[in-house]
Unconditional design. Structure first.
Length: 445
């Protein structure tokens, strides 16, 4: 840790871990409900558990991104954070808004728009919170001694994510218009500007962990940014196939969806090549494992599985089935969850001064969580393919199909248990590191 104010990142990561545990809990509630064990239905019906599960995912990842930015921006700018007090205020208000939204979901206080269920009245505190976050980062960059491509791409991705939240705050009388602009938020976040955030974090980690020259790593970052913009923006069209807009989106969405894996392929090649060129001397091998794993799994989940069902000829059958869940789980896990966990694994020794990274528990956390995730998507995939055939080809009723594919959810529960075991080991390590210490300022990274 080079700057005292970088300790702020720890508390954002702690909030992420808490929310991740809650997300997994609600995931189990849904999984057992699908198997018929729905004892909590009176208090937490399936639709509530589903909404909470999705929104906790978004909030814990955003908290992780914010923690990463609070660590990276001061170091890249070679200065202390502009205001530590305001950063803690931003953390507290983020947690309050998140808790308010989750509690409200249990009382049917929501919008009913997937991923954007948060009530409109809470959109404004969210917007103010993000504005405060961006102001702190901007002022840090302005007063810093230097700027870097890594910090600017990261900051640019965060600013773009904030701006793209605005269309989701607009009220429309038309369901078509509402769906059209809702995807500006959802798609252009996860298949657009969040990729820039991922790229910025990955560039920082590769610079620190591989020892490869910054110029080489940041040239690759330009390629990733270019491919993201080339495919991601018009790739939004694969969400417009069936919402009531012009048929031109079938062509546009199909073409640019086919290009979207290129950015993730570039990211995987980038990470692997930098590791191979690097000195391999950094002691934090677990952080390297999470970083490389993020790039590779993101390509498989977001790239390969995304391409497999976003072309119009395929999507007409897979749309709205568990095939989407298969793609979504592996894509979010690889691209965003794993990069946040990589950043946490790198940061914890630096802010606490405790070198606990190269342990069997840390390695087991990585492998078990990934084995669990791949087991989960196997269950989703088998159930999804069976669902597509029975529903879309044979015309069997929806609920009858759900009963027939129920057996695959035992595979899902098994995978979720393995995943949760890995995450539990990760959190045990997180706790064992303890809280940040000023003594860590002397620790060499």
């Amino acid at each position: 840790m080079k700057y005292k104010s970088q300790k702020v990142a720890y508390w954002f990561f702690a909030l992420s871990m808490l929310l991740l545990v809650l997300q997994l809990t609600y995931g189990f509630i849904m999984g057992f409900a699908r198997l018929g064990y729905d004892g909590l239905h009176e208090w937490i019906p399936f639709n509530t558990a589903h909404t909470v599960h999705l929104n906790l995912l978004v909030v814990w990842l955003l908290s992780g991104f914010m923690g990463a930015a609070y660590y990276i921006i001061p170091e890249e700018s070679e200065t202390e954070l502009w205001s530590v007090k305001l950063a803690y205020l931003q953390l507290i208000t983020l947690a309050i808004v998140g808790v308010t939204a989750v509690v409200g979901f249990h009382f049917n206080y929501w919008e009913g728009r997937k991923f954007l269920e948060i009530p409109r009245i809470l959109d404004w505190p969210v917007a103010l919170n993000v504005i405060l976050f961006l102001v702190i980062l901007l002022m840090t960059i302005i007063k810093g001694k230097k700027t870097s491509t890594t910090s600017l791409v990261l900051f640019g991705g965060l600013v773009a994510a904030a701006l793209l939240y605005l269309p989701g705050m607009i009220t429309f009388d038309s369901q078509v218009l509402d769906s059209f602009f809702r995807w500006w938020v959802v798609h252009l976040w996860v298949e657009g500007v969040w990729e820039l955030i991922m790229g910025g974090i990955m560039a920082f980690l590769l610079i620190k962990l591989t020892g490869v020259d910054r110029e080489v790593i940041e040239k690759w970052l330009y390629v990733v940014v270019g491919l993201t913009f080339l495919s991601g923006i018009l790739g939004t069209g694969h969400h417009y196939y069936y919402i009531g807009v012009n048929n031109i989106w079938l062509i546009v969405g199909g073409i640019f969806s086919a290009l979207e894996p290129l950015a993730f392929l570039a990211m995987a090649l980038w990470a692997v090549n930098m590791y191979r060129k690097g000195e391999k001397k950094h002691p934090n091998k677990t952080a390297i494992l999470w970083t490389l794993g993020s790039a590779i799994v993101a390509f498989l989940g977001a790239g390969v599985l995304g391409l497999a069902h976003t072309l119009p000829q395929t999507n007409i059958y897979t749309h709205g089935t568990l095939v989407t869940a298969m793609h979504g789980h592996l894509a979010f896990w690889g691209a965003y969850a794993m990069i946040v966990l990589a950043m946490i694994t790198y940061v914890l020794p630096n802010v606490t001064g405790r070198k606990l990274f190269d342990t069997s528990r840390a390695r087991s956390a990585f492998w078990l969580s990934n084995i669990g995730m791949f087991t989960m998507i196997s269950g989703f995939g088998a159930a999804g393919i069976a669902q597509v055939y029975m529903e879309r080809k044979l015309g069997i009723e929806f609920m009858e199909v759900q009963n027939e594919i129920k057996v695959h959810f035992w595979v899902l529960i098994t995978g979720a248990t393995i995943l949760s075991t890995g995450i539990t080991l990760f959190i045990i390590d997180f706790i064992k590191y303890g809280t940040p210490s000023d003594e860590a300022l002397e620790i060499q990274e």
